[in-house]
Design a binder for this molecule. Structure first.
Ligand code: HSE
Length: 297
């Protein structure tokens, strides 16, 4: 009556898909142990690695878990222990990993009464607590793996896309924290038709590139004319990171989720490592502390 799960970090937006596109990293993530217990409700037993609230209603795993419990035919509750490896406010889906991991584990322990789409809906409640907006572009890839496209939020319509085999992600996290709620406040609420045309051209191109494993098309499509120009101002050395990543062979480079992490996608592990070395050089020169990950998707 106990399960230990890997809760993957995720890259939301992927440049051209603000709030609708995301991918899961295979080798970066938290570990979570969930146990059934007689006592009703959710008990957060332990959180290591990060200083996060343990009251269930203030913890994203607790809130997502309670959303599931409300719909479940089950009289007991669950205890949760989380070993956080993903830093809060890093832009690689820290809250989503906890929300998704909790509901995934509970569903397994209950004999899988819920569909993955329903699990996404429960996990979105954790995102609502974390950022004020129940966006699904981190929790969906955390639960489905690979890439996910949220075609529609209402009703929720999620399309899972298997990752092209050779795609590898590089992610650098400057050691500053940007709250998603703050980096959403600085965005404009309207866009021009001209920017819209560029953005949906790229989004369509990226999806086509993923399905046909056309790496050049994927690279050409990794552009963001709407959010990146605004948010990149908050990220130290963003332009240099992007320039040097592309020069090192990355297909594309942009902001991971709401930042401050910056991601690049490359066509092989070797290139992804060269991109990592290029990013490292940029931050070493600027004297900025960072975490650096290279991960399959
Ligand atoms: N789509 C969300 C945003 C992701 O960019 O605000 C947050 O991780």
């Amino acid at each position: 009556d106990s399960i230990k799960v890997f809760c993957p970090a995720t890259i939301a937006n992927i440049s051209c898909g603000f709030d609708v596109l995301g991918l899961a990293l295979d080798t970066v993530g938290d570990l979570m142990t969930v146990k059934k217990q007689q006592e009703k409700g959710i008990e957060i037993l332990e959180v290591t690695g990060q200083d996060l609230p343990k009251e269930a209603h203030r913890n994203v795993a607790g809130v997502a878990g309670m959303a599931l419990l409300q719909q479940a035919d089950y009289n007991g509750g669950f205890s949760i222990s989380i070993d956080k490896k993903i830093k809060a406010g890093s832009g690689i889906g820290s809250s989503a990993a906890s929300s998704a991991g909790a509901v995934w584990a509970m569903n397994e322990l209950l004999g899988k009464p819920f569909t993955r789409r329903q699990l996404v809906e429960f996990a979105m409640e954790g995102e609502r607590l974390a950022s004020g907006v129940a966006h699904a572009d981190n929790v969906a890839p955390a639960l489905f793996g690979g890439f996910t496209l949220i075609r529609s939020y209402n009703p929720l319509d999620i399309i899972h896309i298997s990752p092209p085999g050779e795609l590898v992600a590089t992610v650098i996290h400057p050691q500053i924290e940007i709250k998603t709620s703050d980096s959403r406040k600085i965005l404009k609420t309207t866009i021009s038709l001209e920017d819209g045309i560029k953005q949906w051209g790229n989004l369509g191109g990226l999806i086509a590139g993923l399905y046909t494993q056309d790496y050049d098309l994927i690279g050409r499509s990794l552009e963001d004319h709407i959010v990146e120009p605004i948010r990149s101002i908050l990220i130290p050395g963003f332009d240099a990171l992007k320039k040097h990543s592309l020069e090192a062979g990355a297909l594309g480079c942009g902001i991971s989720g709401s930042g401050p992490s910056v991601y690049a996608l490359s066509r092989s592990l070797a290139t992804a490592k060269e991109v990592a070395a290029a990013m490292k050089t940029v931050y070493d020169k600027l004297g900025i502390a960072y975490d650096l990950h290279v991960s399959e998707i």
